[in-house]
Structure formats: C-alpha cells, structure tokens
Design a protein around this ligand. Sequence first.
Ligand code: PLP
Length: 380
Amino acid sequence: MKNIGELISLVKTQYPEKEIIALHEPVFRGNEKKYLLDTIDSTFVSSVGKYVDRFEEMVQAQTNTKKAVAVVNGTASLQVALRLVGVKPGDEVITQALTFVATVNAIAYNDASPIFIDVDLDTMGLSPFAVEIFLNEYGEMREDGCYNKQTGKKISACLPMHTFGFPVHMDKLIEICEKWNIPIVEDAAESLGSEYKGQKTGSLGQIGAFSFNGNKIVTSGGGGAIVTNDLEIGKKAKHLTTTAKVPHSFEFMHDELGYNFRMPNLNAALACAQLEQLPSIMKNKRELALLYTEFFRTQGVKFRQELPNTKANYWLMCVELENMKDKEIFLKETNSKKILTRPIWQLMYRLPMYSHCQRDEQINAEFLEERIVNLPSGVR
Ligand SMILES: *Cc1c(COP(=O)(O)O)cnc(C)c1O
C-alpha cells in the first residue's frame, strides 16, 4: 500500500477525541448505567434476575431463534454447544485453522480433537468445498454417524466460524453436513447481527454460540449465549450451564455433571442496554465501512465487503494487502502512530497444542494469514 499517511489522517478524523485509536472499544450511550444501578438496588447482582431473562428474550428476538440461554462467556457457550450435539471424549470436530483460539479450545475442553479444513478466500470462513473433498476422501458412514478412515474416530460435529462477521457459505455446508450426518455448531461469536440469505448467523446450524466479550460488537463485560431452534436442546443447554440442578424449592439434586456457566444479572443488565443499541451500532459501523470502501478503492487496496446474499455486521473491518512485506510495513507505520491495527490470527496448527492435528492443504488460510490486517472499526 502506497499511501499509509493518508489512511492515518482519515482514521484520525473519524476518532478526533482519541489519543490512541484501538481496533474496537465499547461505547455506552444508552441505558447501561440505569440498568446496572437497578440491579444493585434490587440486590439481584448474581446468577438469577430479571435481566438474565430479558437478555435471553432479546437474543432470541435478535437471532430469530426459539431458545437463547445466557452463558458466562463465548468459549463456555461453544464448549457446551459441542457437548449438546453429541461430541464425546475421543471424537473429532471439523473446524477452520483461521480462527481465534477459543473455537478450538472449546473442542479440546470436550476431550475431542480438531480436524483443520481450509477456508474460502471470499468469506475467510470454513470452506464447504474443502469439507466435501475431505469427507469424500476420509469419511466413512456407519450406523451411528460419520467416521474418519484415517484415525478410526467419529466426526461428531462441524464448527464453522463467521470471521469478523462475514458469513460462511452456509447452504453448501448444510447440504454436505446433512449428507454425512454431522451436526453443525456455528461459532457466531463475531457475527451477532450478520445475515446469510435473510437468516441470522447462529440460527442456521443445530446450535449457535455468541460472545458478549468487551471487544465484540456489543458487550456484557464478559458473556455469551447459546441459541437453537430445538427446544429440547435449549432446555438441556439451560440445565447443563446451571449445574444440572433439578428444580426444587429447597433440595439440592443434580442429575448429571453440569457447569456453573451462568451469566450474572449484572452482566445481563449491561448486555440488555447494549442490545437495544445494536441497530444504531450496526448503522454507524456500516457508514465507516463505506468510508473505507471509498478510500481503499482509490488506493487500489482490497477492503473486505459483504458478499451478495449476505449482510455483515462489520465487527472488525479488514484489508487484504499485497504480500507479507506490505503487511509488516503497514502494521509498523500505523501502530507507531497509535493506530492499533493488527494482523489476522496465526493459524491454529502453529500453536504447540494443536500442531499435531490432522489438516488438509491450507492454501487459502495461509494466503490470508500473510495478508489480512484489521483496521479500527469501533463506533465513532
Ligand atoms: C471472542 C471469540 C470467542 C470467545 O468468546 P469469549 O466470550 O471471549 O470467551 C470464540 N470464538 C471466536 C471466533 C471469537 O472471536
């Protein structure tokens, strides 16, 4: 990229009050203080309270799903979602290597192993075509599901991730996973508000998992949610994340190994106020995306835009630079001017705990790893 100086000026004019311009910071311009004070006044600051219920209703409405369950964070949501679709110790889960580490940790917490399949260049998310090629070579249908011929293990879930809020090609992925009888859990941690062919991400697979961490599009401080259209799974999700306690007014009876993964009412209160503002936050970000689109077009640099038939929430905006050298210069120059751009994640098989895992040729993932850089994307 030739004109980094011009980009730096553009970014500075967008965030005139900021000394240091971060990638994404939360903004609290609605009912946050009001709801938080209300929880304190009510003394219901912990694991039950009206904001937890309201949060679940709001997430249900937002994602157009039948059941949402508030969870302590996005990672825990993924961990439980995988268990709910039947992932057992020793199983394998198909996912992408181009992701944040939590996606893969959630698999490992279930004592299962990831199989890394390549991403598509256009979505930066799991490639259905690559999944199909892998399954045609290694898949073996048995009575109880799909097995991996190479390892003899069961492939009990597929975990696509909607990178930076850009939806994966879900139609084709659903078609292939149905053919091979593999349930889909969507890692929609980054894509609250995004749509694929008019449907919200997170609502397309058997289960969707969201994050409300401080760096996400809206936040509860820390938090997550599980969504599903399967009411049985929804009920089980609530049960497992609340210590698997059998409802009773005073007895303590727990009928299986559950988790204390509840979202405190205090956090839910913050999230409710934030969710009220999701439409205005998305509007604000889309306007910024438009500015970037114009700017980078004149620079001849590929700014990532939403694909036809999809709506992106533009959680983190990004450009694809020419090569690794361009990327390094870009990162150095912008960061030295206190504009905190950063590269996309290192591929998961470069991390020591996942280096031994099975993977296909990661041609697209490695191409993107060398070139994609995130830009300041917060609400102005
Ligand atoms: C943020 C994120 C998570 C995890 O969310 P936490 O709430 O931080 O646990 C999972 N997957 C992806 C892709 C994420 O970006």
